[in-house]
Design a protein around this ligand. Sequence first.
Ligand code: HEM
Length: 440
Amino acid sequence: MSQNKIPGSSGYALIGDKSYDFYKDPVHFCNSRIDSFGSRIFQARLLNKPTVFVCSVKGMKEMLCEKVNIFGASYTSSMCKLFGDVICFAHGEEAQLLRLSLMQLFNHKALETHRDYVNRVCTRNLKDLAQCREPVVIYEMFKRLATELVLGIFLNIDAEESAAFSKQITELSTQHWHGLISTPLNVKVSAWSSGFSQALEAKEKLLNIIDERLKSENEGFISKIKDVPFPESTSAAQHLLLFISALIPKALASLLTSFTIELAGSNKVQVRKRARENESYLDHVLLEVERLWPSFIGGRRVAKQDTTLCGYTVPKGTQVMFIAFAVHRDPEIFAEPDEFQPERWSGRNAGQETLLCCFGNGSRNCIGIGLNNLILKTAVGYLVNNYSWEMDPPTQSLHYKWLPVTRPCEDLKIKFTSCSYKNQCSPSTPDCPVHHQRSV
Ligand code: HEM
């Protein structure tokens, strides 16, 4: 084994902890260390544990692919309490078997059964954007859309027919999710209960609703998950609880927001036009959005034995974290890494999408990738085919925050203008591809 020490220091317990600095500004935290150590792998103390930060494509691949059996799942007991026995916390053979079973629900044939529904819901939610009197707060709008899709796909709940029920579940899953970011204390004093205990209550209520629906529904995803050969009778309900977690609509809304921002304004007329006319270019635009603005900061593992990473010694028990935005800006792989260049995916980086980790990587990557792509492509396809858009007001802060998902710190507002590209347009149509009118 190599004896190379990882640059940086894991400091003393408690006083050496750098969690505050990391969570306050993860980009500065990582970039300043990459610069001062001259290394895209370094160590620091996070959540009071020695942690290795992996910011290179090579390190991420080694951690998530070649050494997938050495770097195992690292989750807190509060996460396990909130979600139960689900795939994310499973190891080795058990995880492989679970994934194999679950993947049947997300294969190409299964996804095709959702296409019409996704189309219908995207159209209904996006068709009146140009009629809005006020500019649209896009993150909130996309989150509503994604929440409706998730509840419809996984629980067969129609948000139009059952608006109140849908609202109730959305509120419960938000309360459930807040448990993840609250202190894991299950405390109840008279009428006051801690965020964590409220989250556990929300979990029970959600599980009751899910159980009822498992009994009553005979079609769609919820009927198929009943046939999955899970190890426990409660596993189907627990996985549905995971799939309707509030984090998933947030992650989808994060990418849709970043897409809309990247393509906003009169200087992006040609990009929108190309994306409208050429499907593979639209794919490359989405890849570039995922590269620059991955929804999640990354993922954590723990070394189950003494090992190495990029030649550095990693002792057993060390936490290891891949940092998606930093991996995606590794200059070894991505030239001009901070530039939005969809063309790179048909040029220098053609065929290298497996070097991204927006949806994880390797055999424990996201099982929802196909569904995510269906949703993302349907939504952004609708936008480029029906609208031009710009920031309104034109100057707004583009300062991003990275937690819990990547998005602008302030609610970003966009003015959409109808542009029926498939029909006729007039010289006054903003961004019209025929008249090349610039929007103001
Ligand atoms: C934009 C939306 C989404 C993003 C950005 C995303 C991202 C990710 C990432 C980064 C991982 C790997 C985490 C790690 O390695 O530590 C992951 C795993 C996972 N994702 Fe997603 N995800 C999304 C949507 C979904 C959806 C819709 C589902 C629904 C089924 C889903 C289910 C899962 C599961 C079950 C895992 C764990 C897989 C395992 O442990 O083997 N995700 N996701």
